[in-house]
Design a protein around this ligand. Structure first.
Ligand SMILES: [Fe+2]
Ligand SMILES: [Fe+2]
Length: 298
């Protein structure tokens, strides 16, 4: 298959199609706010924005009351959530709910909720991992983890039939999804994700994460963040926070290129306690799955 030609045809199909999800109205300003200095944040305005979307506001409260987001006492209003959890935490929650609302409601094969579970799990692992190794921007790490697989949402909407064939192949052979996409579609969710990231005008570092989290060697300016997401994504995929199937392989995180790249930036990685992170990941898994049940399946 001619890869360049396939990518060009992908570009034209995505460019010409309307199915590609747009950012829900509330999320565009949130994304902009998240990239501003803290002193410029208008908390009241954002609270009012989230409150406009009733179902988003309800989901945000459900998430705010999950132990995953540091609940300290029962939260029953958005204002209470911001006071109790802080503006950035509530923004993270609103972004997470917004991403969930962009998933197709039903599709064969891949359960869209499992994809959201993976994205949310990866966001939490990225943030936790970032803190443990003193990565300078744990909030950015959360957002990067949450959005890294947005290309899968594109594939689900724009190429459902072909994507399901790729997903079936990945599941049957226990191989990484991007490898199956490459052989069935001729491109991966990194390629389609890049197009959506551009359309959404994500910041350059997030675009790099979306485009290169399976090809770290192609990452140029923001390799540290991409490496952090690559490692967290792998951790999730080989545990229960994957897309509904287990990859049939052994992974040694210390041998990943991401480990070497991140070690250069974060001294904390040298003596890192992987066993502790894996242990903590198990409890994340339970919490994420119970949160997903609360928000989506009830
Ligand atoms: Fe991915
Ligand atoms: Fe992923």
């Amino acid at each position: 298959m001619n890869t360049a030609a396939t990518k060009a045809s992908l570009l034209s199909r995505v460019g010409g199609l309307q199915q590609i999800p747009t950012i829900p109205a509330v999320l565009a300003p949130l994304l902009r706010y998240l990239q501003q200095p803290v002193e410029q944040l208008d908390v009241q305005k954002v609270t009012a924005l989230i409150a406009q979307d009733k179902s988003l506001a309800v989901q945000c409260l459900q998430m705010a009351n999950s132990p995953l987001f540091g609940r300290w006492k029962k939260i029953d209003s958005l204002r209470g959530a911001i006071l109790g959890l802080g503006f950035h935490r509530v923004s993270d929650i609103a972004m997470s709910c917004g991403l969930l609302n962009m998933m197709p409601k039903e599709c064969d094969g891949l359960d869209p909720v499992a994809l959201w579970e993976h994205s949310l799990g990866c966001a939490l692992v990225c943030r936790h991992f970032a803190r443990l190794i003193s990565y300078p921007d744990p909030s950015k790490a959360y957002l990067a983890g949450l959005l890294h697989d947005i290309g899968i949402i594109v594939n689900l909407w724009v190429f459902p039939k072909e994507f399901h064939a790729a997903y079936d192949l990945a599941r049957a052979q226990g191989i990484p999804l991007h490898e199956a996409e490459q052989s069935v579609l001729g491109f991966t969710h990194c390629d389609s994700g890049r197009l959506l990231a551009e359309k959404w005008e994500l910041s350059p570092d997030l675009r790099e994460v979306v485009s290169h989290h399976h090809m770290l060697q192609e990452s140029l300016e923001h390799a540290g963040l991409v490496a952090l997401v690559e490692l967290s994504d792998l951790l999730c995929r080989v545990s229960g926070l994957n897309y509904g199937y287990i990859e049939n392989r052994e992974v040694n995180l210390l041998e990943q290129k991401g480990f070497a790249v991140l070690s250069q930036q974060c001294q904390g990685l040298k003596d890192f306690d992987w066993a502790r992170l894996t242990f903590e990941l198990d409890s994340y898994m339970d919490e994420v799955q119970s949160l997903v049940r609360t928000i989506y399946r009830t």
